[in-house]
Design a protein around this ligand. Structure first.
Ligand code: ATP
Length: 234
């Protein structure tokens, strides 16, 4: 579904992605793990068109992506950015509807809204609440819900568990698996390596802008060097 080849991204003199190649098959959860500053957000931003690569190819369903973020959304890719970036002064409902702003199919939008409420009953209860007054975990749910409202085939999740208490982290990862069951494909970027590998069909390790390892989630969890560097085991 998504094929990235030899991607190079620079911020001025900083070479943030150095020849990154990854593949995401339809229906998979693919996780990218890596330390702070490894280039994880840059990779997602390059896919969603927010950052312009200097070299490399990004193919989605066999075709090169256009350089315009809204066109990329229309093609079926939705990004849930790090730090959630919800609209604090809008209600839950209005935030969700912002995710559907490029759509004209009213019936489809209503159906997807119901799906989001089924996934996050808490959002339905708080439909008229200002988003800025939601708790951190609720804001994360809202951001994921908004990402689903464009009815994407591929959803890019940037650190969805960041800053959440352990119980909520579990909830968020359970939800990611539910989204996969909704026949969506997921590219997940995470510092919570154990959780990200546990649910991944396939995973990549990004270090200083380079992919240094890839394999199934199960293989990488058993890998000694990954256990030491990312899973806190000796
Ligand atoms: P984190 O987990 O801390 O969010 P990350 O793996 O997502 O890290 P990126 O945010 O992609 O890493 O950053 C990769 C590198 O590029 C870092 O060295 C960062 O400082 C740099 N960088 C990111 N965005 C910019 C920018 N807009 N301008 C200049 N440098 C940037």
């Amino acid at each position: 579904m998504l094929s990235i080849r030899d991607l190079n991204v620079y911020y001025g003199g900083i070479h943030a992605l150095k020849g990154v190649s990854i593949d995401v098959e339809e229906g998979q959860i693919v996780s990218i793990i890596g330390a702070n500053g490894a280039g994880k957000s840059t990779l997602l931003n390059a896919i969603s068109g927010m950052v312009k690569p200097k070299e490399g190819r990004i193919l989605f369903k066999g075709k090169e992506l256009p350089p315009a973020p809204h066109k990329i959304v229309e093609l079926g890719i939705s990004q849930v950015p790090e730090g959630r970036l919800i609209f604090a002064n809008l209600t839950v409902k209005d935030n969700l509807m912002m995710g559907a702003y490029l759509r004209k199919d009213k019936i489809g939008i209503e159906k997807d809204l119901e799906k989001v409420f089924a996934l996050f009953p808490r959002m339905k209860e708080r439909i008229h609440q200002m988003a800025g007054t939601l708790s951190g975990g609720e804001q994360q749910m809202l951001a994921i819900g908004r990402g689903l409202m464009s009815n994407p085939d591929l959803i890019l999740l940037d650190e969805p568990s960041l800053g959440l208490a352990p119980l909520l982290v579990k909830t968020i990862f359970d939800i990611i698996e539910s989204i996969q069951q909704m026949r969506k494909t997921i590219l997940l970027v995470e510092q919570n390596a154990y959780k990200a590998l546990s649910i991944a069909d396939k995973a990549y390790v990004l270090e200083q802008g380079k992919i240094v390892k890839e394999g199934s989630g199960k293989e990488l969890i058993k890998d000694k060097s990954i256990q030491e560097a990312y899973l806190g085991k000796k």
